[in-house]
Ligand binder design. Structure first.
Ligand SMILES: *Cc1c(COP(=O)(O)O)cnc(C)c1O
Length: 445
């Protein structure tokens, strides 16, 4: 044990504890007052654990920074029904990107008037669903505009629409989560937006009621937000000039969170400071009073949830490999975005580091690495590993790859816990599969 290691003891715990949310008691990691070691024993692993109170706090912190604005939670970040339901009770709207997300948001009790249906490639069936349920649609192309107009007219309905604008702003984040660059598949180029509104004004079944953009995710720098707000307000002026009455201006989200704990992430208030002055100045200048809409996903849920996983094997090879029971089937962010999740040995959370360990999953892929070269206490078979900040784009991106049923999800509230999604079994791998009858009848050679 080097001096460096000893010094790390206190600083390590300080790096991940958040009072009332993530704490170390009796050397165990606690989340929302619940002992993770007990949770793993009673519910099994792998296990996603969400602290309900933290979701609520994050939502309130975000909405509190934007008085009078509507907050449409981006359901794709974590679409578990219990989370959608609790956010509905908090007054959240929803940003949905598929018929399935729309279905679940409505089921959770989010009012249609507070739902924006996004998507660059919606099916006619999805657009019909939007027409029938009365939600707003963010239209991504003129092609989609014409389809939607026709479908709404058939039903003798008028759908409130916004156009998704591609403002050509670099969010300075991972390329796979940059959505507002000129080369991105999302949105209508800023130069064609006026034309699109003009066209919408002429068409039946659609009413241009808002304007929308979203430039990316995990954005840690405020300047792209300000640049985006400026560009959007320029467009608002042009669109208002056409006589379009804009009820809402949706500036998306993408607010980053500090995964490495050293990252300096802006707060919702910082974000408000970057965009509210532009928004207020320009709307007042134009004498219009549109509602501001924001669509945070990651910020609301990322730090609320941990993924608990059990150690199957420890192997000394080129590295100290710790084989756990969760892989990129359950948390794909490290493999897909080279992202970092803080790791805690949940049953020995206060122990001093004893070496560097690389946490790998059970998937048959070299890229199935959850965390590399982490300072951890001595890890042995049976230990419990917690991957922090797994609430956004964690379970929602999970798969059954490699014949692995998805894990359970638990919600904790002041020390007590409830299963919000039960663990899948092998029968879930078979659901919907059929063997052609002729193969069943055939003789094995
Ligand atoms: C994903 C997405 C969001 C949420 O992004 P976060 O980075 O999770 O805040 C908001 N709006 C749209 C249109 C999205 O696609």
């Amino acid at each position: 044990m080097t001096e460096d290691h000893i010094n790390k003891k206190t600083s390590l715990t300080r790096m991940f504890t958040i009072k009332g949310h993530l704490e170390v008691r009796d050397n165990h990691l606690f989340i929302g007052g619940a002992d993770t070691v007990e949770l793993a024993d009673t519910c099994g692993t792998p296990l996603y654990v969400t602290n309900e109170e933290r979701v609520r706090e994050n939502f309130r912190r975000f909405s509190g920074a934007f008085p009078g604005a509507d907050i449409y939670y981006a359901a794709k970040a974590n679409g578990s029904l219990a989370i959608l339901r609790m956010l509905a009770l908090e007054g959240a709207g929803a940003d949905v990107f598929s018929g399935g997300e729309l279905y679940m948001a409505l089921l959770a009790g989010i009012p249609p008037s507070k739902i924006l249906f996004n998507g660059n490639s919606k099916t006619d069936e999805e657009l019909r669903m939007a027409v029938n349920t009365g939600v707003k649609v963010s239209v991504d192309s003129l092609d989609e505009l014409h389809t939607l107009s026709g479908l709404a007219e058939e039903k003798e309905r008028v759908v409130d629409i916004a156009f998704r604008v591609n403002p050509d702003v670099s969010p300075k984040t991972h390329p796979k989560i940059s959505t507002g660059l000129r080369g991105s598949k999302f949105g209508i180029p800023a130069s064609e937006v006026v034309h699109a509104y003009r066209e919408a004004q002429e068409l039946p079944g659609v009413r241009p009621a808002g304007i929308h953009c979203h430039i990316g995710s995990q954005i840690l720098d405020l300047s792209p937000f300000t640049e985006m707000a400026r560009k959007m307000m320029e467009l608002v002026e042009l669109v208002a000039g056409l006589g379009v009455k804009l009820d809402f201006i949706d500036l998306g989200s993408g607010l980053g969170v500090p995964y490495t704990k050293k990252e300096n992430a802006p707060t919702p208030s910082d974000l408000a400071g970057a965009i509210l002055p532009v928004f207020r100045e320009r709307t007042e200048g134009l004498g219009i009073k549109p509602k501001l809409v924001l669509e945070p996903g990651r910020y609301i849920v990322a730090d609320t949830t941990i993924l608990l996983t059990r150690v199957n094997t420890v192997k000394r090879s080129s590295k100290n490999f710790v084989g756990v029971d969760a892989g990129f089937n359950l948390l794909i962010r490290p493999a897909m975005y080279e992202s970092y999740h803080f790791v805690v040995a949940a049953g020995k959370a206060g122990d001093k580091p004893a070496g560097k360990y690389t946490i790998v999953g059970p998937i048959c892929e070299t890229g199935d690495v959850l965390a590399e070269d982490r300072d951890l206490p001595e890890i042995v078979k049976g230990d419990l590993i917690a991957l922090l900040d797994a609430g956004a784009y964690g379970f929602s991106m999970s798969s059954q790859y490699n014949g692995r049923p998805r894990c359970a999800e638990v919600m904790v509230n002041n020390g007590s816990s409830e299963v919000i999604r039960k663990r899948e079994g092998y029968d879930d791998l078979l659901a919907n599969q059929r063997i052609p009858v002729r193969m069943l009848a055939a003789q094995e050679r």
